[in-house]
Design a protein around this ligand. Sequence first.
Ligand code: MLT
Length: 313
Amino acid sequence: SKSPRPVVLIAEKLAPSVLDVFGDEVEVRHVDGTDRPALFAALAEADALLVRSATQVDAEALASSTKLKVVARAGVGLDNVDVDAATARGVMVVNAPTSNIVSAAEHAVALLLAVARRIPEADASLKDGKWKRSALGGVELNGKTVGVVGLGKIGQLFASRIAAFGVKLIAYDPYVSPARAGQLGIELVSLETLLAQADAISIHLPKTPETKGLIGADELAKTKKGVLIVNAARGGLIDEDALADAARTGQIGGAGVDVFVTEPTTSSPLFDLPNVVVTPHLGASTAEAQDRAGTDVARSVVLALRGDFVPDA
Ligand code: MLT
């Protein structure tokens, strides 16, 4: 008799392309990954679990599984997956490490321009019936110094895009060689120097014990007065309260923030400030990135369930 098809549990909204990859090879089931009892019950029968960032795949969730072989994160960060606990149970963890890097870089550019030209404020006031042309002046990027904190894949994509605005690029990244940065037309500097020289700063780091709180009140005090700051990486890399204070006093000219310490959230000291532009973790939320993330992880899941070698994406 034909053996039953493996059960693939999809716990969050993923691109439809995921289902095209699976075809008839697996049985796809859906659950709301934030509903813990429902998730646990469904996991008991799942061979594979697909998530984005809202489902907590922690040791407790993994313990409710009985035949789980693979957990797939349709995105880059594995912040919500306890990789050690999975490994201890023999569960493979796969992600889509390049799927959304262009989208993330483009979103950081969008936030920087939105802050520099005060677009959300202007949009809101005009739609509110106010023509505030003289009150809403901005700043040019041309001729300014842009500091990139973290020169990995996304930081490099951000740098190459923002370079088109005629800026001088400096970067802080202890893991990148000055020669490599030089090839990209970027001068590597210390964090202190970056803070002191940059007119705009964009941060592109994963959240690790080393990077958490990297930019706090002390660091913000060392920036050029009026600097623009963008965080489309991870909440908490820049201390949220310190950033709000600096935006309130005018030490920073403005900030664009896509990520928060607690997500989802509808309250932050940043939400009350007109010179802070916020978005609800939308960096990867494009049709193209979601399509790629879904397709990439679905392919890896199929290979893992067949017992085939799963290459790094
Ligand atoms: C990621 O880690 O890929 C991003 O934060 C985007 C997402 O949550 O999907």
